[in-house]
Ligand binder design. Structure first.
Ligand code: ATP
Length: 233
């Protein structure tokens, strides 16, 4: 079966700075790819390019057999790619429930609805009328995840789910992640915690200054390999 997502020799620049140098990856339906690498390695840029938020200078992004490299982000969302962005980027003037419903604007058929998101994060049901700005960081992350799920994506792009959150909240987010994974959608996950990244993924891809330095089955990868790829030793 062809992969659901295929990124082929993609190059992305911010002005004169090339942030992603010829990176390729494949993610099959139901698989999780963890994207690791130091700050500034190009992880967010690559996710944003897949989502159509940052154009690729070279290379191709193919989703479900369709070349989406030059499609606008809104079309890509409608094809079934949703993103949990770094910093959550909730709509500050809207309530929790209104934020979740924004995710349903590009809704496809599937298991996720307000009811199933509230079941995943029961706290959000209690907070549903609360303004997004009145939430803790962990609660905001739950809304950002729920909003992405509301579209019933085939591919979920997650940028640093645990950034800045307390350990107990991170555990809660990753318990939910395991349930989301169980719904058989493909996931690309940027995660700074390398041990966790390997534990929750099928493949791991390490970027160093925009280049792929390791691409391996997560179960097969050693700490020494990761350290070498991460620091370029
Ligand atoms: P982090 O973990 O810090 O988010 P990252 O691996 O996600 O890092 P990117 O955010 O993709 O890395 O950044 C890759 C490179 O591109 C960095 O050198 C960064 O400074 C630069 N960069 C990112 N966004 C922009 C932008 N909007 N304008 C200019 N340069 C940018």
């Amino acid at each position: 079966m062809p992969p659901l997502l295929e990124v082929d020799a993609v190059e992305v620049s911010h002005g004169d700075l090339k942030a992603v140098h010829g990176v390729s990856l494949d993610v099959a339906e139901g698989q999780v790819l963890a994207l690791i690498g130091a700050n500034g390695a190009g992880k967010s840029t690559l996710l944003r390019t897949i989502a159509g938020l940052k154009p690729a200078g070279q290379g191709r992004v193919v989703f479900a057999g369709q070349d989406i490299t030059h499609l606008p982000a809104e079309r890509i969302a409608r094809l079934g790619i949703a993103m949990v962005p770094e910093g959550r980027l909730l709509f500050p003037a809207l309530s929790v429930e209104e934020n979740l419903l924004m995710g349903a604007l590009t809704r496809r058929a599937g298991p996720w609805s307000l009811a199933s998101v509230y079941e995943l994060f029961p706290m959000l049901r209690e907070l549903r009328s609360r303004n997004a700005t009145q939430l803790s960081g962990g609660q905001q992350q739950m809304v950002a995840i729920g909003r992405a799920l509301m579209s019933n994506p085939r591919l979920l792009l997650c940028d640093e789910l645990s950034l800045g959150l307390a350990p107990l909240v991170i555990e809660e987010i990753y318990r939910a992640f395991a349930r989301i994974r169980g719904q058989a959608l493909a996931i690309v996950l940027v995660e700074q915690d390398v041990t966790r990244a390997c534990a929750v993924s099928d493949q791991v891809l390490c970027l160093l200054e925009g280049r792929a330095t390791l691409q391996e089955a997560s179960a097969a990868v050693s700490h020494a390999q990761i350290a070498a790829a991460y620091f370029g030793e």
